[in-house]
Write a protein that binds this ligand. Structure first.
Ligand SMILES: Nc1nc2c(ncn2[C@@H]2O[C@H](COP(=O)(O)OP(=O)(O)OP(=O)(O)O)[C@@H](O)[C@H]2O)c(=O)[nH]1
Ligand SMILES: [Mg+2]
Length: 195
């Protein structure tokens, strides 16, 4: 059985951005591809979890696995995406990245993975005092809790984290550049982003 798979969350509506963020580019590279590249050295399987409206475009651009949010929870946010990936794998851990952190890199993932610890339900970055619920690893024992929350219409990531034993990794564990965690929400936020 696989120990860890990767998940790229790409099922948001990009309402603020105005076009699907997964297909925006930085230095000629699609955002979703930047996330894939960051995860690629560490996992055999990477799941892009998205929305039917983007399926064809992903299929044309990548050979990675592309799955759609579970229909009942479609559009319920990142929690629905993480839940869906976990439903589709038997791996112990899912390493999650969003598709809108175009400064993310392999080195960050490598450093996070060093903190894998079976006594925790999740291992997440909290560098510079900011919890990053979409940057890190979720153990498969959280699946049931995710389902309960989604079932109750409670889809905030913090609701999940409040019910989990989380190891927050920060700058005391490993030094990281603040810029790595920048996430793109609006158009024109950064000069090097092309839509
Ligand atoms: N699979 C999946 N991913 C999601 C969903 N909602 C958001 N995401 C992803 O989670 C990450 C963070 O989401 P947001 O920053 O809110 O992005 P967004 O929802 O596309 O953008 P807005 O519509 O402007 O809120 C991005 O990688 C999104 O693609 C969802 O319902 N399903
Ligand atoms: Mg959103």
């Amino acid at each position: 059985m696989e120990q860890m798979v990767g998940a790229v969350l790409a099922g948001g509506e990009s309402r603020r951005f105005g076009s699907p963020k997964a297909f925006a580019k930085r230095e000629g590279m699609y955002f979703f591809q930047i996330a894939i590249n960051a995860l690629r050295p560490f996992v055999e399987d990477i799941y892009i979890v998205s929305h039917p409206s983007l399926l064809l475009r992903f299929q044309q651009l990548t050979d990675e696995k592309i799955i759609m949010d579970e229909e009942v929870y479609r559009g319920q946010g990142p929690l629905a995406g993480i839940y869906t990936v976990m439903k589709n794998t038997k791996a112990e851990w899912v390493f999650v990245l969003p598709c809108d952190m175009p400064y993310m890199r392999t080195n960050t993932v490598a450093n996070m993975i060093r903190y894998v610890d079976e006594t925790f339900d999740a291992i997440l970055s909290a560098h510079f005092g900011r919890i990053q619920p979409l940057v890190g690893m979720y153990h498969r024992r959280t699946l049931e809790r995710m389902e309960q929350l989604l079932e109750a219409g409670e889809n905030r990531m913090m609701s999940l984290l409040n019910r989990c034993r989380v190891r927050y990794v920060n700058e005391h564990d490993f030094i990281e550049e603040e810029g790595v965690f920048r996430n793109v929400n609006e158009r024109d936020e950064y000069d090097d982003i092309v839509t």
